[in-house]
Design a protein around this ligand. Sequence first.
Ligand code: PEP
Ligand code: MG
Length: 412
Amino acid sequence: MAKCVGPVQEDACPQGSIVLCETLLVQNILKWAEIPVAGVICTQGSPLMHAALIAQNLGIPVVVMDKAAVRDMHEGQVVSIDGANGMVDTEAQAPASSPTEQRLLGHTNPITLPSGRTVEVRANIASLVEAERTRAVGADGVGLFRTEMLLEQAGRLLSIAEQEEIYRDVLRKSSGPVIFRTFDIGADKPLAFLDMPSEPNPALGTRGMRLYRTHPTLFQDQLTALYRASEVAPMSIMFPMVTTTEDWDFCRDQAKRVASTVSSSPANDVSLGVMIEVPSLGFLVPELALHGAHFASLGTNDLSQYFFATDRESDASFHSGLALLRFIHAIAASARDVQLPLGVCGGLAADVPWAILFAAMGIYSLSVPLPSVQPIKAALSRHQEYEKLVAQAIQGAHDYARIMDLLKQEGP
Ligand code: PEP
Ligand code: MG
């Protein structure tokens, strides 16, 4: 919980203030993080919006409140905000200055389970500032770099050279291998400056890799920049919103074609992978492996949205559940059968009971917001009973609830 004295306005924000704004933009939060401000209250948006994800990574609490509820707040007022629970206390007292905290890192390597298998805990990031923090939190690399946020931040498309420079820097600064997710534009991630079709249901329309067919240069330029940057370190490229084997083949072929034209001194290995975030792809794991995918990562934010037919931004109660567990269990089993490494980079990877269940299912890598890296590593290393855990939880509603309750006690 952060306590501080206002001002509650958008333009002037001294260190330690809480900023009040309508919509939180990526470029705002990166600027305010440098000051740094103590928190943000906004009147539009959701906890899953891009800028809020970055804020969470940089340790800045964000709370979304009704316009009516903030009407009476005024500059200089002392407010206390609790980002984890979405609470604002307007009766707060001014804080006493707190001593500087020095925290020791507990786990700086992947976690070894009692079976001897290891599970990496990587970070989800979207900017160079966050890449620079991956070492400090002991992340085993970056499991998801949301590259479209670079465009959101710039407010325009970036040239190949501009992208290449950023990707090189990210590879240099990160604590381990990086998975770059190619641009996932559309639906909850619109870009105001990009010419996009107007559709009645954008979440079901042209988004993610579907846009690459209508905007081929956008995709090819990004691939060129990524392959050029791969000179710095081994890295992975992963494609969003793949729905069919044909979608995967299209992305893979484009990547291979670009790779063959980038003739820099033999680049490091570039692995190609895919996000499983459209339910249909969960039934095509053997085909993905057969068609040359090196890895897959479950994007549980979108996977649950499409699985439960419920907007990811509106109803958090539909982000998990027995049905989803059974589905993911089946996906993990088919990935094991064909030896396709399967990770998780959606929000459920940072949920302690789910993280333990993922580890029990043979998931090799979890990718979570920066502040969750150590809590998830600690929970994985504390837990000892991985065997039969999932087999029990998928039996029925009662067993699922019982196991989830049990695992909730694992903290953090
Ligand atoms: C997801 O869908 O789970 C995911 C990790 O990607 P994003 O939240 O950026 O859509
Ligand atoms: Mg997604």
